[in-house]
Each structure stands twice: as C-alpha cells, then as structure tokens.
Write a protein that binds this ligand. Structure first.
Ligand code: ATP
Ligand code: MN
Ligand code: MN
Length: 373
C-alpha cells in the first residue's frame, strides 16, 4: 500500500547525502544570511559554529518551498537556536541586524578580500588583519611576506576572482586531453566539481584523469604538467605526490603501492581566446589576444579508485562532508576519494560506478545536479 502522506514528503532528511538539493532553490535570502554568519564564524576560527550555520543553510536549499514563517521550520532537521533567530529576523524585518553588522564590519570585509588571493587562507588573512593591513595595496606597501603561490595569486587577482565560464572549462578539458593523448592514449579527462553539478560558472576547473588499465596512469601527471608548462599553458603549478594511506591501522595488509599513485596538481592556466587553443605565447601578430588566468585542479586516479574520486571531487563540500559522516556514524564505514572500507567486516568495498557506492551505503542514488547541498 502506497501510504505516503504529504507530511512524509515534506520530511527533510538529516544528512545532505539523503536529500536532493538542486542548484536553484527557493530560500536564497535565508541561505545567504546563514552563509554569511557561517563564513564569519570560520574567519574567527569557530569551526563548529561555522558548520552549524552552513548545515542550516544546506537544509533550506533542499526545502522545496519558500519558508514564510518560523513554524515552517518544525519539519526541518539541523536548524539550531541561533540559525532560527537569524531566519526569524529575515522573515520579519527583511534582514537580520546581526548579519548586516557582519557584512558591514571592517574585519569581515578585509578577511574576505584577503582570502580571495589564491594561496591565502583564514590564518594568513587573520594575521594580516591583526597587523593592521586592510587592503590589497597595503600588502605591497608594507612588504607583506608572500609565498610563491600568493605572489602569483596577487598578480592575477582580477582574473582569478572573475567566474570561470563553462566554455572556458571545456576549452581547458580539450587542452589537457591533448596533453594526455601524447603520453597515454586511451586516458580520459573528466570535468568534475561544480560544473558536473550543473553550475554555469565556477571558481576553478576540477579535472580527473584516469586510464582503464590499472597502473598505466603512473607517472602521467608530471609529464602532462611539464608539457603544458613548456607550451606556455601554465602560470603556476604545485604538484603533490599522493600521501594517501587507506587507514592508519597497521594491521591492515594493504600494499602501500596500490594506494600510492593518486597525484594532484593545483595550477593556474593561461587561457587565450584568440588562438586555436589556449596558450600564453604570442602567436604571430594577428590582433589582440585575450588572456585569462584560470585556476585548475588536476587529479590522476587509478581506474579502481575512479568512482570514489569522481564522487569525492564532484562535491558540494556539504554533500561530501555528510556522505562521510553518514558512512561513519550510520554504516560504520570509512569513505574517502579512494576507497570505501567496512570497519566491522574489515573489507574494502569496490565500486565500478558512483551508483555502486550509493548502493553499498544503502542510499538512494543522488544525481550530480541534485548534490548542490
Ligand atoms: P566552485 O565552482 O566554486 O569551484 P566546487 O564545488 O567545484 O565549486 P571546489 O573547491 O573546486 O568547489 O571543490 C570541488 C570538490 O572537490 C569539493 O567538493 C571537495 O570535496 C573536493 N576537493 C576540493 N579540494 C580538495 C582537496 N584538497 N582534497 C580533496 N578533495 C578536494
Ligand atoms: Mn571547483
Ligand atoms: Mn577545485
């Protein structure tokens, strides 16, 4: 008997990975307010408070109606007292005094601007603020110490803070595919991150690279990056050998070598819209070249881990966080971008697709477009 009531359908699940969260939702004013105080909490180092506000915003994003009164919140999980108070102020007055204070505060605005520099996190931004620095030009005037990433970040501040278009992301996929084809025919380049969730713009381009023959991908990333660099496509890159260990537990006899091939590169590409393909070298004298610096994350994954990497790099961050929490607390499993481990059975669960991972976890499949938690 199909006895689903209206009330059942209004029920919003506790974990983001149990909910469908579209890109466009009906509570923008409220989620923006909550995300502002979440960000402010993180700026102050209050991770717990930041997470609580961020969760409350995420829940509202999955709510299929516009919240009109605090009474509407009774069916919603994870909305604490403080979030409720902010929601109430927005509903009653059109804005929350607390949120408006944050938005206007010098500290919040300064931290936000400093954090927009590639390579600058909360710690660095906070230190500069403490030292009395307030603007980007203050950094130069006061000779603030910048590491090499931050220097490039400052140099391309404008470009890196203007949204990356889908067409730009696709152009970068083409270039990386071309590079990959030279060293490893048959390897694929897959666009993931926010674009895979259906966003039309992003802050960066997230790419996964894999080859159907396990092990073939070894050593590929450094060759690809060197070639891209030599062709003038790269303004900055920082490559990390995988330091992934499946579990701290020593007794697990998993050969380190099978898990040791997950390389990634945080980079800044130079995209040129005039030439056939992006690149920074001046090619002939034909007119103006429009160049743009674009953040790109490159991740190479062995085929056996591809589904986990795809799920892990598609996001959103709230969705990923709840996938891991759900696995741990509801299923006694450990999920990461490499594997799924059952802590009681002491076995790794393999998966050839994202669908299989959801199945292992006993979750309904949520399509990437519905993971905008
Ligand atoms: P945007 O459009 O702003 O780029 P996004 O959802 O693509 O949004 P990203 O910061 O690019 O945001 O991250 C995409 C996903 O990749 C995140 O959900 C996160 O799970 C994963 N991710 C990002 N950085 C790392 C990292 N250093 N290690 C592992 N996973 C990461
Ligand atoms: Mn991204
Ligand atoms: Mn990214």
């Amino acid at each position: 008997v199909h006895a689903e009531t209206l009330e059942d359908r209004c029920q919003v699940a506790a974990y983001a990975c149990q909910r469908r969260t579209p890109l466009a939702h009906k509570n923008q004013l409220l989620t923006e307010a909550l995300e502002t105080v979440a960000e402010e909490a993180l700026f102050r180092g209050s991770e717990g408070r930041g997470l609580a506000f961020s969760r409350a915003a995420s829940v509202l994003k999955s709510f299929p109606w516009t919240v009109r009164s605090v009474k509407d919140l009774s069916s919603l999980p994870g909305i604490g007292e403080h979030s409720r108070k902010i929601i109430q102020e927005v509903l009653e007055d059109g804005a929350s005094a607390e949120v408006e204070n944050v938005r206007q505060s010098e500290r919040y605005q300064t931290m936000k601007n400093f954090k927009k520099i590639f390579g600058v996190g909360v710690k660095t931004a906070g230190r500069w603020y403490q030292e009395g620095l307030r603007t980007i030009s203050d950094l130069q005037a006061h000779h603030a110490k910048l590491n090499s990433a931050q220097q490039v970040g400052l140099l391309h501040y404008r470009d890196l803070n203007s949204p990356v278009k889908r067409s730009e992301a696709e152009a970068i996929v083409q270039v990386v595919q071309k590079a990959v084809d030279q060293f490893l025919p048959g390897a694929s380049v897959i666009l993931t991150g926010g674009f895979r969730r259906g966003k039309q713009t992003g802050h960066d381009v997230d790419l996964l690279i894999t080859h159907p023959t396990e092990g073939q991908e070894m050593g590929l990333l450094s060759k690809v990056v060197s070639w891209l660099d030599s062709q003038g496509f790269m303004l900055y890159h920082s490559t990390h050998r995988n330091s992934f260990q499946p579990l701290e537990d020593e007794e697990l006899s998993v050969s380190a070598t099978t898990m040791d091939r997950f390389d990634r590169c945080f980079s800044i590409f130079c995209l040129s819209s005039m030439t056939e393909e992006p690149g920074c070298e001046l090619k002939g004298s034909g007119g103006a070249h429009h160049r743009k610096a674009v953040r790109v994350d490159l991740v190479v994954t062995p085929y056996s881990q591809f589904s986990f990497a795809l799920l892990g790099w598609t996001g959103s961050k709230n969705f990923e966080r709840d996938l891991r929490r759900f696995s741990k607390y509801e299923k006694k499993m450990v999920l990461n971008s490499h594997t799924l481990y059952h802590t009681e059975k002491k076995i790794f669960l393999s998966a050839a697709s994202e669908e299989e991972i959801f199945q292992h976890l006993g979750l309904d499949f949520i399509s990437p477009e519905q993971r905008n938690a």
